[in-house]
Design a protein around this ligand. Structure first.
Ligand SMILES: Nc1nc2c(c(=O)[nH]1)N[C@H]1C(S)=C(S)[C@@H](COP(=O)(O)OP(=O)(O)OC[C@H]3O[C@@H](n4cnc5c(=O)[nH]c(N)nc54)[C@H](O)[C@@H]3O)O[C@H]1N2
Ligand SMILES: Nc1nc2c(c(=O)[nH]1)N[C@H]1C(S)=C(S)[C@@H](COP(=O)(O)OP(=O)(O)OC[C@H]3O[C@@H](n4cnc5c(=O)[nH]c(N)nc54)[C@H](O)[C@@H]3O)O[C@H]1N2
Ligand SMILES: [Mo]
Length: 754
């Protein structure tokens, strides 16, 4: 039978995995994008949304999308269950009982906007607009919108509530922006629409995967299966991870380090590569600054000493360092393991890893670590600076929480500091926080490393609005108004991040739900019409796309648009404003010795110290809490605290899991599947033991973000958020540079829950 599918965007013939027949009754297939809103923060996977009678009946990967080439993860495949979930928020809600009581009244959007706009304006006038804070989660399709909303009322304080030390990628970004002037990513041919067939591309000989698990996580705009694609084309792996991940089990070398000791290990690699003269001398001479000082610094870190700290045998350290340095091109990929495991040293750990990429000459070369640029130079909303310069006055910028304390905050995402804002909520200093807008963020379940403190802090905020798809513990406990927004299948939006520009396309409408974009535009107009001159979301998207010479309608038709990509941009004068060759740093070179850090009184070189809690830094505590706790390695079933109510996904991962080595469990009298208490000096929670040799006998790994949508919502239960949540045990606060968290590498004990 000839396949005829009526499409939203004109007719296209579907191929490959999309074998639909008329008899299946599917009437419409919309080509969209999985990005936030039920999907993840990942690389923007192309999807085909199958719609029948206004319902999403199936979502699959788009084989024409160069990013995922037809593949899709469990969360994307489960979108139909999410879109039509009975617990979805469908109308704006106004709190009518006490906070946490769970008593709500449905109101219209106009009523909701009126209340919010009035309140925000009053507060801005009386206390200053900076006392209204705008909180987002990991971001995805929210960052730019919410930051502009904040700036349009004069608040410089949009931030991650309450992510300690901006510890999702930003500590790494802070290091690399000051050393290279740009971010880099492993070259898996993602910048070419013809991908692996492109003649300029070469597969990396070795891929070092450091504190990351991309096949589960697809983070930082990287699709995990690109690693396995490279492996099929000859790439070999070196994995640095305390857990035996799927990738570690397939690596030529797996370095099972003690959690939190990455800095020492990286310095050990640098020691070997520099002292054995395995580095790229020409590249270092021509393009790097401060090599001699780095050379001097790494003398402190011979492999034998590093072995004592990291538990990784010196010979293995040498082997890995030699393989990486002597096989060009090779690439090094780093993950949130760098940001979460050693709060006070995370920036300097990242610095050591940047130095490894640089001195081996693996920067912006085919198959190395390529420098990322914004496609078409779009002043795009993703990085969240959208409107910063034009909308904020100098005085308002100076009020951003953290700028005075942490000069490096210029090199993150222009966000306010969690530590300063949370403290301001608790103490009223340096100014009180009067209102909070929470969009795409579940601080009471996930993002804070100290849930009870976050709870206490937010209780002091007079007026809180939560914008979400579901009633979360945060919304239930604290919201005065809850606004329902749609999934990635329910909105028009654009994604302009690194490799391409692509369109998020609306396929269905669920009751009174709006998209995040509509909400910020409509509320924004009421707060400051000058900042939101567009009459519709489409007009706004057209404006954003102007530098690409595209309208939103054209982008929807084209699907995935790639700018021309160039290697060796630093040689061609493509990075600097003055068009001279070199990097965007004060010296124009890659700064192994960071001149800005020197200026600000920070150590300009990589270094290592113990995590705040460890067998070495707190030996007394270690006697009582004899296991090293790491947390939050991502489950394929969930995005952080999301998806617990989605049947297909909950079935994959029904309970909160703690991984324990079978030998350790035997000594503790714990058997597989048993409920246990996990306890740190700060608190305890209940989890189900999974016995596995994938963890070291002295290390346990706990999942994060757990709550139970099936349990009672009203306080004190709050959907059981304080029962099995590991963030009752973790430690908050940031490191000296203002970055880094301690979600991992802490001490705990585990015992049977009788
Ligand atoms: N112990 C431990 N804790 C951790 C971590 C860890 O490794 N270990 N990791 C940390 C890290 S790196 C991060 S980034 C944070 C994440 O912390 P969060 O970003 O707060 O986590 P999410 O669960 O993704 O919460 C996002 C909320 O946004 C809603 N949402 C989803 N899509 C949309 C949308 O399109 N629009 C709107 N308006 N809402 C949406 C979801 O329903 C959910 O309630 O957690 C941190 N917490
Ligand atoms: N399915 C799914 N995907 C996600 C998310 C999700 O919640 N679910 N969250 C998204 C977000 S916001 C982020 S930040 C990314 C994170 O993505 P990744 O950076 O890939 O992070 P994780 O899986 O949290 O951790 C990576 C690895 O770090 C290891 N690790 C733990 N402690 C240490 C240590 O001390 N040193 C080293 N070297 N490794 C350590 C863990 O064992 C784990 O295998 O994932 C994103 N993608
Ligand atoms: Mo994150």
């Amino acid at each position: 039978m000839k396949l005829v599918v009526k499409l939203f965007l004109g007719d296209i013939s579907l191929k490959g995995d999309s074998k639909l027949t008329e008899s299946s009754g599917v009437t419409k297939v919309v080509r969209g994008l999985c990005w936030g809103g039920g999907g993840c923060e990942g690389p923007g996977c192309g999807i085909l949304i199958h719609v029948k009678e206004g319902k999403v009946v199936k979502v699959e990967g788009d084989s024409n999308c160069p990013v995922n080439q037809g593949r899709l993860c469990s969360k994307g495949l489960a979108l139909p269950q999410l879109v039509h979930h009975p617990a979805r928020l469908k109308r704006p809600l106004l709190r009518v009982g006490e906070r946490g009581e769970g008593k709500w009244k449905e109101i219209s959007w106009d009523e909701a906007y009126d209340i919010i706009a009035k309140k925000f304006k009053e507060i801005a006038e009386k206390y200053g607009p900076w006392t209204i804070v705008f909180a987002q989660g990991t971001g995805r399709d929210i960052m730019g919108w919410i930051s502009r909303l904040a700036y349009s009322i004069g608040s410089p304080n949009w931030f991650f509530a309450f992510l300690p030390g901006q510890s999702c990628y930003i500590p790494r970004v802070a290091a690399i922006l000051n050393m290279i002037g740009a971010t880099v990513e492993l070259d898996a041919s993602q910048y070419f629409p013809d991908r692996y067939d492109n003649p300029e591309w070469r597969p990396p000989k070795y891929i070092v995967i450091w504190g990351k698990n991309p096949v589960h996580t697809h983070p930082d705009d990287f699709f995990g299966a690109w690693i396995t694609d490279c492996m099929r084309r000859g790439s070999k792996l070196i994995v640095v991870d305390p857990r035996l991940t799927w990738l570690a089990s397939r690596a030529e070398v797996w370095l099972q380090l003690r959690p939190g000791t990455d800095g020492a290990l990286a310095l050990g690699w640098l020691n070997v590569i520099i002292n054995e003269e395995l580095y790229d001398k020409e590249f270092v001479e021509q393009w790097c600054y401060g090599f001699d000082k780095l050379k001097e610094r790494v003398q402190k870190w011979p492999p034998e000493k590093v072995e004592q700290i990291t538990w990784v045998p010196a010979e293995k350290i040498r082997q890995a360092a030699r393989l990486f340095a002597t096989n060009k091109p090779s690439a090094l990929q780093w993950g949130v393991g760098i940001d979460h495991c050693n709060r006070d040293w995370s920036v300097q750990t990242a610095m050591a890893l940047v130095a490894l990429m640089a001195i081996t000459g693996n920067i912006d070369n085919p198959g190395g670590n390529v420098i990322q640029v914004t496609p078409f130079g779009i002043y795009q909303p993703w990085f969240g600076a959208w409107g910063y310069d034009e909308l904020l006055t100098k005085e308002q910028k100076a009020m951003r929480a953290g700028v005075k304390e942490y000069p490096l905050y210029q090199f993150g995402f222009l966000t306010g500091s969690t530590e300063i804002i949370e403290n301001a909520m608790l103490t009223g200093k340096p100014y009180p926080i009067k209102a909070m807008w929470i969009q795409g963020n579940n601080p009471l379940t996930c993002m804070s490393a100290n849930l009870k403190k976050a709870y206490e802090a937010m209780k002091n905020v007079e007026f809180i609005v939560v914008v979400d798809l579901f009633m979360t513990p945060t919304a239930m406990a604290l919201a005065d108004i809850v606004l329902p927004v749609g999934s990635t299948c329910e909105r028009d939006s654009v994604r302009c991040v690194f490799q391409n520009v692509s369109a998020v396309v609306k396929a269905v409408q669920i009751e009174d739900v709006k998209s995040d974009q509509e909400v910020v535009l409509e509320l924004g107009k009421r707060l400051n019409p000058k900042a939101w001159p567009w009459n519709s979301v489409e007009e706004m998207l057209d404006e954003i796309l102007k530098p690409a010479g595209l309208t939103f309608k054209e982008l929807k038709e084209k699907g995935y648009v790639y700018p021309k990509f160039e290697y060796y941009k630093y040689k061609k004068g493509l990075l600097r404003r003055d068009r001279k060759p070199g990097f965007v740093t004060p010296t124009g070179k890659i700064e192994l010795y960071v001149t800005r850090f020197e200026k600000w009184g920070y150590d300009p070189l990589p270094d290592y110290g113990e995590p705040p809690e460890s067998p070495i830094s707190t030996p007394e505590l270690y006697k009582e809490y004899p296991l090293i706790l790491t947390s939050g390695a991502r489950s394929t079933a969930f995005f952080h605290s999301e998806h617990r109510q989605i049947p297909w996904l909950r079935e994959i991962n029904p309970d909160p899991i703690i991984e324990i080595h079978p030998e350790t469990a035997r000594q503790l009298g714990i058997s597989d599947g048993e409920w246990v208490w996990v306890e740190s000096v700060r608190g305890r929670c209940k989890m189900r033991a999974k016995l596995t040799k994938a963890v070291h006998p002295k290390v346990v790994h706990a999942q994060h973000g757990w709550w139970f949508p099936e349990k009672p919502g009203p306080a004190p239960s709050l959907f059981g958020v304080f029962e099995s949540n590991i963030n009752l045990l973790t430690e908050d606060g940031c490191g000296p540079y203002g970055f880094g968290a301690q979600f991992r590498a802490l001490l705990c004990k585990v015992y049977k829950a009788e």
